[in-house]
Design a protein around this ligand. Sequence first.
Ligand SMILES: *Cc1c(COP(=O)(O)O)cnc(C)c1O
Length: 367
Amino acid sequence: MIKFLDLKGITDLYSDEIHHAVSSVVDSGWYLQGSANKQFETEYANYIGTKYAIGCANGLDALIWIYRAYIELGVMQPGNEVIVPANTYIASILAITENGLKPMLVEPRKDTLEIDDSLIEAAITPRTKSILIVHLYGRCAYTDKIGAVCKKYGLKLVEDNAQAHGCRFEGRRTGSLGDASGHSFYPGKNLGALGDGGAVTTNDEKLAETVRTLANYGSQKKYVFKYCGRNSRLDELQAAVLSVKLRHLDDDNAKRQRVAEKYYQNVDNEYITLPTRLSDENNVYHIFPVLSPKRDALQKYLVDNGIQTLIHYPIPPHKQECYKDWNGLSFPITEEIHNQELSIPISQVMTDDEVDFVIKTLNSFKP
Ligand SMILES: *Cc1c(COP(=O)(O)O)cnc(C)c1O
């Protein structure tokens, strides 16, 4: 069986270094807000190319804290609108609604699967304060046009970089392209911890300080509370593991890019469409999505041949029960993508034989 993602294999790649890092924390007797966090935050900010990185509990919280901090700083208020792609993981949307802000869903392009920048301006109203772009599947969603629209209307550009650690746009890393960015270190992400973790990156000192305070109970000084925050810290064990894995991130991404290269060169089946190919600078292939009008039959054919796949994502946010009020809305491109998308295996530990077998199987599919 070719697994969708071999997490054990990924951890085993750097097993000695990870065990060493974990032991150091265990033996240090210091498990929260210590030197491992400090070190990782410095390394990650340097890597992304921002002044600040603030560790927090997970990627959802990272995004929640960015918008909460903008509200605390008076930059936004509940009821303001945030433009966001209609096809994204639910966390992007939850971060907006959790803060009493209103998501304005915008369709993606079917060929790139990223937000359609030609539709953004029409979605702007006097209440719009921000655009949240999502580098979905590891593909860079930023465009010069998005940057220009943010400038023209004075909107905060926030990046959801949960799926795109290491991706770049004209030399700059995603996560440094806008005003602030949320990152997830969920184990399956390109930079994954051995549990939950997240971070906010930004060049804005006030925002950084507010995020750090909110994620630590709203406290800057022990037992003194400035905000009603929450406990949302990155623990020392995860920070130490992340420092190890960050050192290997570019190599790991390069291996994913080699797998993708083979898929682009060799997958050839009239029932399967690959998204527009981006340069390696613009894609770190967190997920390799293909589209097929016969998606469910294709998924069954692959699993019958020993290949695990996943669907990212079977139900778009506006059709979820948790957002009942939007269930009647229509986003045809988003819905088509959700009906046709299938994620095939890709990772830094896939062997050439496995990749060749996936290609051969995809090419022999006939519905
Ligand atoms: C994983 C993910 C998140 C949330 O990260 P968690 O660490 O799981 O909370 C947010 N946005 C996107 C696009 C993601 O894929």
